[in-house]
Write a protein that binds this ligand. Sequence first.
Ligand code: SF4
Length: 317
Amino acid sequence: MKLIKSDMMELKLNIAGLIEQIKKQKKVKKAILQVPDGLKTEAQNIIDKLSTATKVQFYLDIEPVYGACDLASNFLESINADLIIHLGHSKFCETNKKVIYWPTYYDMAAEELNILSKNIEEKLKLKKISLVGPIQYSKIIRELEKQIKNVKIVKTTKTNLLNESQILGCDTSILDEITDKVDAIVYIGDGNFHISALPQKVQIYQLDNLDIVLYDQKDELKSKIMSEYIFKNAKNIGILVTSKIGQNNYTIGEKIYDNLKKQGKNPYLLIADFISYDKIMGLKLDCLVNTACPRIIDDKENYKIQIINYKNVLKYI
Ligand code: SF4
């Protein structure tokens, strides 16, 4: 089933495979379907197909879904459902609930793949590189790895959470072993959500239609230095904790709280499910420490006060 089509590629859902997986589950009468926000326009169509083929009753989770960490496990009991189907992302959370993670994948036509691989060869001739991207781009990455010549491709190894070549906005650990062994990383994907999580000590290239261009990390570096400076000088500090199952780091939040107290600061533990800037309006804080999804800081302009990810403050506490 085609979900999104652009000039360069198509996002596809293997709906027959998903129906088969649902049928294999025992005693499923009611299920919750989660789809990333970008696929909501197709959600009703998907539910129609799934419910006709499986006779399962479906609820659509209409909360924002940014990743597989946003698992709707708290809804299961409220509506007495048996299964969560999480579309678009790979497995993230360990849970005793029944969950089917069902990623979607981009395909690129042979002609476009050929142009892109030639452009990568030309720009990075004789260099050592690694190709990475979100799970949706993994088929394209496999094709490029086969086609690219005159460039040494250093492959990543899968981890418990990540598949080969896969990165998340909160986890690029597949690169830990190879960052020192490559001249550049080529990011195959879209937007800033994932690319801004990549290590800052190696050259990064990103897609520019069917070509690649150097990704400028200067702004991220400046912003990191600035946020650390403000954190060190802040007195009233909010520590953001989310109740989302895959992003809940309350023990880290409490550790930071205890250490800040010892330093004579005024920390406050703040909890929400979906964290957004409007929820901290009215609070008198100099700085926020974020223990939830690290990509929340991509929305920093809206927060009005400095926000810093917890990993960047651990060295100061
Ligand atoms: S925590 Fe953020 S970056 Fe990580 S999977 Fe969830 S939404 Fe994606």
